[in-house]
Write a protein of this length. Structure first.
Length: 84
């Protein structure tokens, strides 16, 4: 399936949390969409790796050392016809 994750971090004055979240998504095979701010896409990800990526994302989000936090997160998944 194709998955798109968009998120916004607030209070991240040194960008540490944002960088950790971006790295976590990149390690799961997501690539940044340069046309949309803080949007990451994976064109071919299965359910289990997606769940693992989201778990790793939230583990990083909960380990913020300053007042940074994830303001919002959107996850869109599409199951293309040729994947069925």
């Amino acid at each position: 399936m194709k998955a798109v994750i968009r998120f916004e971090v607030s209070g991240d004055q040194d960008n540490q949390l944002s960088l950790r979240l971006r790295t976590t998504l990149a390690e799961a095979g997501f690539v940044i969409n340069p046309q949309v701010r803080s949007s990451f896409e994976n064109a071919a990800i299965d359910t289990r790796p997606l769940a693992q990526a989201m778990l790793a994302f939230w583990q990083q989000a909960m380990n913020s050392t300053n007042n940074a936090h994830v303001e919002h997160l959107s996850l869109f998944c599409v199951q293309p016809a040729d994947f069925q």
